[in-house]
Design a protein around this ligand. Structure first.
Ligand SMILES: *[C@@H]1O[C@H](CO)[C@@H](O)[C@H](O)[C@H]1NC(C)=O
Ligand SMILES: [Cu+2]
Length: 236
């Protein structure tokens, strides 16, 4: 009986994972998996030293992925789902609590050939524990918003090809490491227009440590504040 129960519990957990499946450009749906480095399954990354932290499993190249052209200043929306369906279940399962972040990295040449390694990532967005008294997390908002969250690409970013990296960190089993679950989706964009900013950058993997207070944390003890890994947001 015990074995059957744990198999069922495992199956339920496995089904509760999710992937980034759509991007929207200024409110227009670009279609399932278009411009996205598609991962082989919906499992999370848990090793912060792995190259899978960059753009998920098989994410170091986008040779067969198209790159979408967008003007600087575009409002980009990312949409996540547990499976290849938009309705009939929570977009990301409600048990997944944690921050939502977006990073961008400029490709030396094309986005499709860029592996995202090195100190290249700039944080554009971060949302974490929104309301300590109700324990509302950024993931709760994503869930009620059909799996979507948005970021405006700063108008001062230089023109060129980039990888955009959206990240949802689920902290429901993050009391010890490895435990935190990193859900990562990368999209390939070509920014037109733009400016001449040189934003601050970090490495992914590299910047995240197992001991970061935003990575190994007990969120079930009336947490009053939360600091997401990866430093401050650059606002352009
Ligand atoms: C970006 O687009 C989304 C989806 O259309 C919208 O909900 C959001 O308000 C927009 N954000 C900004 C800053 O315009
Ligand atoms: Cu899961």
């Amino acid at each position: 009986m015990k074995v059957i129960l744990s198999v069922l519990a495992f199956a339920a957990l496995a089904q509760a994972h999710f992937t980034m499946q759509y991007i929207w450009v200024n409110g227009q749906d670009e279609g399932q998996n278009n411009y996205i480095r598609v991962t082989p399954n919906n499992n999370p990354v848990t090793d912060v030293t792995s190259k899978d932290l960059t753009c998920n499993v098989n994410g170091l190249s986008g040779a067969s992925v198209q790159t979408v052209s967008i003007p600087a200043g575009t409002n980009l929306t990312f949409e996540w789902h547990q499976h290849a369906q938009r309705t009939g279940e929570d977009p990301i399962s409600g048990g997944h609590k944690g921050p939502v972040q977006v990073y961008i990295a400029k490709a030396p040449s094309t986005a499709a050939s860029f592996d995202g390694q090195g100190t290249v990532w700039t944080k554009l967005y971060s949302s974490g524990l929104l309301n300590p008294s109700s324990q509302q997390w950024a993931t709760d908002v994503v869930n009620t918003n059909g799996g979507k969250h948005s970021v405006v690409i700063p108008a001062s970013l230089p023109a060129g090809e980039y990888l955009l990296r959206a990240e949802i960190i689920a902290l429901h089993v993050a009391q010890s490491y490895p435990g935190a679950q990193f859900y990562i989706g990368c999209a390939q964009v070509k920014i037109t227009g733009g400016g001449s900013a040189s934003p601050p950058t970090i490495a992914l993997p590299g910047a995240y440590k197992p001991t970061d207070p935003g990575i190994t944390v007990n969120i079930y003890n009336n947490l009053q504040s939360y600091t997401a890994p990866g430093g401050a947001v650059w606002s352009g």
